[in-house]
Ligand binder design. Structure first.
Ligand code: THU
Length: 301
């Protein structure tokens, strides 16, 4: 999902990364295959108050406002509305515009504190709630409310943020995000597209694809793209990586094994290829006797 951000206030990049994953998973869980986009404005209470007053005649600040572009027929949601989605194709964005979301950043922090969970979970919940509205869900009738809650819960559990406490991201989510990242591979020379999704200990997920260059030797693998994005955003603890390719099991190359070993020698490495084939190994199995800081410092053999 393309999120077109407008940030009126400074926002912790951790929240942005998690909200991007939540948005991607919302489309996956809803079964929307078409590229979609949502504009997301992160603002203060004054701004959301003004928008609430102007567009909904409600004279108070709130946590999230959603303005869908599609008028879904009763009982129909985005996964079953391909024709309607297609009509919202925006050539400039190269995706179907589902609508606008406004989130109050002060509300994210205040509600996290009130409910006793992390701001990450609250931000994910509010974004997912808003995206569900943009996908045609509502909570006016009890039956509609039940299906909206069920979809919210499905998306939040997929990213390890379900109601019954923070769990772990499912392997299926990580594999799907690697497959999505593969679609963004820049590999005009080898035509070997690779995507990766790296799971951080705090629940963030960084995606990466391979990026080639006319000077062939400069190609960067998908795994290291994801790793370098993560480390440069302050993440250094990782629990799993999923790697996707089209026709062959994309076990990481030697350089990527070594780069991953620096931060997570016990990393779970999941690979997927073809029409859903998968396999898993531990980085220790893929890189026995790996070289690390301990050896540099003269660890006895
Ligand atoms: N590649 C990866 O992205 N990850 C790997 O682990 C193996 C290879 C990429 C690099 C290059 O763009 C293409 O695959 C063919 O070597």
């Amino acid at each position: 999902m393309k999120l077109l951000w407008q940030m009126d206030v400074p926002v912790d990049p951790k929240l942005i990364t998690l909200m991007q994953t939540a948005a991607d998973c919302a489309l996956l869980q809803e079964g929307v295959l078409r590229p979609c986009a949502v504009s997301v404005r992160l603002c203060g209470d004054e701004e959301i108050h003004a928008i609430n007053r102007e567009y909904r005649q409600v004279d108070r600040a709130t946590d999230v406002l959603s303005f869908p572009t599609i008028n879904y027929p009763q009982g129909v949601t985005a996964g079953k509305a391909d024709k309607l989605l297609r009509q919202e194709l925006d050539d400039e964005v190269d995706a179907c515009m589902l609508g606008d979301l406004i989130l109050s950043v002060p509300h994210i922090y205040a509600q996290a504190e009130e409910y006793g969970h992390s701001p990450m979970r609250e931000a994910a919940y509010l974004l997912v709630h808003g995206i569900c509205h943009l996908m045609g869900y509502d909570h006016i009738e009890p039956e509609d409310q039940r299906s909206m809650r069920a979809m919210e819960e499905k998306i939040l559990s997929a990213i390890g943020m379900s109601r019954d406490g923070e769990s772990t991201v499912t392997d299926e989510t990580l594999l799907s995000l690697a497959r999505e990242a593969m679609k963004r591979s820049y590999s005009p020379y080898s035509h070997f597209a690779v995507g990766a999704a790296l799971l951080c200990a705090d629940g963030r997920i960084y995606q990466g694809c391979n990026i080639e260059n006319a000077a062939y030797g400069l190609a960067n693998c998908a795994e290291r793209t994801a790793l370098f994005k993560a480390v440069s955003e302050g993440a250094t603890e990782f629990t799993a990586i999923a790697i996707a390719a089209e026709n062959a099991a994309p076990w990481p190359c030697g350089a990527c094994r070594q780069a991953l070993n620096e931060f997570a020698p016990d990393l779970r490495v999941l690979v997927t290829w073809g029409d859903g084939q998968k396999d898993e190994m531990n980085l220790k199995q893929l890189l026995p006797h790996g070289f690390g800081a301990a050896e540099l410092n003269g660890k006895p053999y």
